[in-house]
Write a protein that binds this ligand. Structure first.
Ligand SMILES: Nc1ncnc2c1ncn2[C@@H]1O[C@H](COP(=O)(O)OP(=O)(O)OP(=O)(O)O)[C@@H](O)[C@H]1O
Length: 646
């Protein structure tokens, strides 16, 4: 069955939806054909038959000029419904792009816009609309503009709020990490995912727009006589409301029924189109298709000269951080989350970044992914080179192109890393075609090859499947396929398996490792789990309170951990603890320091069993210094300490 017919059937199956559909359908027929259906001339005056009650000849009676009210109601539907639709369209066309822009750009634009919205929302709608019509003059067009403009703030606020939460979804970050243009991200991911909410908003605002417009017409500021419009007819009935109540009853009834119909229909549509609903969404691509007409311009890929320069300047490093500092911008000022970090991500090797929660691992990974949340965090010092490029020297578009060409990102939660309202094939195609033109057949072949590479069985038939039809492990494989779509040199994985069970965890990490080796990529793996580091990484960086406290090849660091924090972490990891056994594992006493409240000297000193309160530990931060094959930031790297059991 055609998707639209199926949607209609589903609406009709719910009682509220059926009533809404019938009412809206009825009003639309009136709006389109009312003029032809009118049994009498709606403009013909008859002073011999004024203010007649309903009768066989005049079903809804006659007005003060003897005109047939029924015929005027039928003809008036065109203007009344037209004003409602027009008002909502004006509000949509202005409000939605502004809301999206505010969500995307944040910063000053967002603050100014939101203050403006607050001011506008502090006026009652009708007063604001009255002021606009008073300035522009009474006419149907001006009423449409006025009722549309007063609804703009609601559209801006709702669109901004929903877009912000959608933009924070990992599948959008994934798309941004592929270097998709803002227009494409909005049209492809954000708008379709807020379609249900926008449809609901349109229907709710249709009702209030209709009523606001009728209010203006009632006051004589809207559609001008002799043109029939339900609000104007209500206004004209004011003087006769006690003696001839039917004059107000019929236009009022039609207004109420149309508002009710649109509300009921909107609610049912929301249930269907809401992507979070358990029911599968159909026909979801409309907004996306409308907005995705313009493709991102292809950005030239790296030239041979650039590739040579890269090889000469950075050797086998796909990314290098030097004294890197990253701060979050908070009300209390910038708070450093990553403090003076040095690292190199080398081709063919995996660097695992480990540490407790809040130590700055994800912040570091996001910085390398060039995905720090805009307006909330920034690289506040040091240098970050990706390939041959110093990231801070690039424009926004260049960073986007760099991300697309060099970086693949795999986030923690595969379920939310995939867009629930796009088929797997469509998401792969988007990743593959980002920044380059390919024929549909090439895209399909490449999609199939990628799915095969991540060991998805029967990839041809899986392209048309939806994310919810895959298990967690399969979804993560698809996320990896998407990350690999542009053949990145750098693969960044942030806790890629923490949402999966242990068996699947191993499969996914083995796959990542295999992909990384086969494609000679550099990989950064962020994890809490030292057991995984031991099995799947080449190098490790142990991070504490935003600083690397120990780093080196995995065998070296695990065979002989020198920093007391690394030793404590290793001792609290069952498989790494010397001798294993069933004894309760030691925990690290105390809490990591809060951002912006770092102790003087070594940040680990207050929890350190080795320091023993020695002055140098509490006054001077230790530098990373070479010890054997590793680098350790401890004043006493060769001492040992007794670990406290929990
Ligand atoms: N948007 C933000 N604004 C302010 N502070 C933030 C923000 N995001 C993270 N932080 C803080 O930055 C520090 C580092 O956070 P980050 O997420 O990088 O740690 P993590 O080691 O990855 O932790 P986890 O393992 O729990 O993800 C934490 O103290 C965190 O509270």
């Amino acid at each position: 069955m055609h998707p639209r017919l199926a949607t209609l059937r589903r609406i009709a199956r719910a009682p509220k939806g059926l009533i809404g559909l019938l009412l809206v359908g009825f009003m639309m027929i009136l709006a389109l054909f009312g003029a032809w259906l009118a049994p009498q001339d709606p403009y013909a005056q008859n002073f011999m038959a004024t203010l007649q009650p309903p009768s066989a000849e005049h079903w809804f009676g006659t007005d003060q000029l003897g005109r047939d009210v029924f015929s005027r109601i039928l003809l008036g539907a065109r203007t009344s419904i037209g004003i409602g639709v027009g008002g909502v369209a004006v509000a949509f066309v202005i409000g939605v792009p502004l809301g999206l822009a505010a969500a995307y750009l944040r910063g000053t634009f967002d603050s100014l816009l939101m203050r403006g919205v607050d001011i506008l929302l502090s006026f009652p709608d009708i007063v604001f609309a009255l002021a606009i019509v008073a300035i522009m003059g009474p006419s149907t067009l001006n009423v449409i503009l006025a009722v549309g403009i007063v609804s703009v703030p609601v559209f801006i606020r709702t669109t901004r709020a929903v877009a912000m939460s959608t933009l924070a979804e990992p599948f959008v970050e994934g798309s941004v990490s592929l270097g998709c243009s803002p227009l494409r991200v909005m049209g492809r991911h954000v708008l379709p995912n807020m379609g249900g909410i926008l449809v609901t908003l349109c229907s709710l605002l249709f009702a209030s727009t209709l009523l606001n417009a009728s209010g203006l017409s009632f006051l004589g500021l809207g559609t001008q006589p002799p043109e029939p419009e339900w609000g104007t007819m209500l206004g004209e009935s004011r003087s006769y409301i006690r003696t001839h109540p039917y004059m107000a009853t019929f236009p009022g009834l039609f207004l109420a029924l149309s508002a009710l119909g649109f509300n009921l229909l909107g609610e049912e549509l929301r249930n269907i189109y809401d992507p979070t609903s358990a029911r599968r969404r159909r026909g979801q691509g409309l907004l996306a298709r409308l907005l995705n007409g313009g493709r991102a311009l292809p950005v030239p890929r790296e030239t041979a000269a650039q590739a040579r320069a890269r090889a000469e300047t950075v050797g086998d490093a796909a990314a290098i951080g030097r004294d890197l500092e990253i701060s979050y911008l908070t009300d209390k000022g910038p708070l450093p989350a990553v403090r003076g970090v040095d690292f190199a991500l080398r081709r063919g090797r995996t660097l695992a970044v480990v540490g407790e929660s809040g130590s700055g691992k994800s912040t570091l990974l996001r910085a390398v992914a060039t995905l720090l949340p805009r307006g909330q965090a920034l690289v506040s010092g040091g240098s970050l080179r990706i390939g041959t490029e110093e990231v801070s020297a690039l424009s926004g578009a260049q960073v986007q192109a760099l991300r697309r060409q060099h970086i693949g990102v795999v986030f923690q939660d595969a379920a939310s890393a995939l867009n629930p309202v796009m088929t797997v094939g469509a998401q792969l195609a988007e990743a593959i075609t980002s920044g380059r033109r390919m024929s549909p057949a090439e895209v399909r072949d490449r999609s199939i090859a990628l799915l095969k590479a991540v060991q998805i069985a029967d990839p041809e038939s899986r392209l048309d499947a939806w994310p919810h039809q895959f298990s967690g492990g399969m979804k993560q494989r698809i996320v990896i396929a998407i990350a690999l779509a542009q053949e990145p040199e750098l693969l960044l994985a942030d806790e890629p398996t923490s949402a999966l069970d242990v068996t699947i965890q191993q499969q996914i990490l083995t796959l990542l490792r295999q992909m990384q080796k086969e494609r000679d990529m550099a990989m950064m793996l962020v994890t809490h789990d030292l057991g995984l580091v031991a099995r799947y990484a080449d190098d490790v960086a142990v991070i504490y309170a935003g600083r690397i406290v120990e780093t080196g090849p995995v065998e070296e660091v695990f065979r002989r951990p020198r920093h007391p924090y690394t030793r404590a972490l290793a001792a609290s990891t069952p498989k790494l603890r010397h001798g294993g056994g069933t004894r309760m594992l030691p925990a690290i006493d105390g809490e990591p320091p809060m951002l912006g409240q770092l102790p003087p000297g070594c940040a680990f000193a207050p929890r350190c069993a080795r320091s023993g309160g020695r002055a140098v530990c509490t006054t001077r931060a230790p530098e990373l210094t070479r010890c054997g094959k590793a680098d350790v930031a401890c004043h006493f790297p060769d001492e040992t300490e007794s670990l406290h059991a929990a």
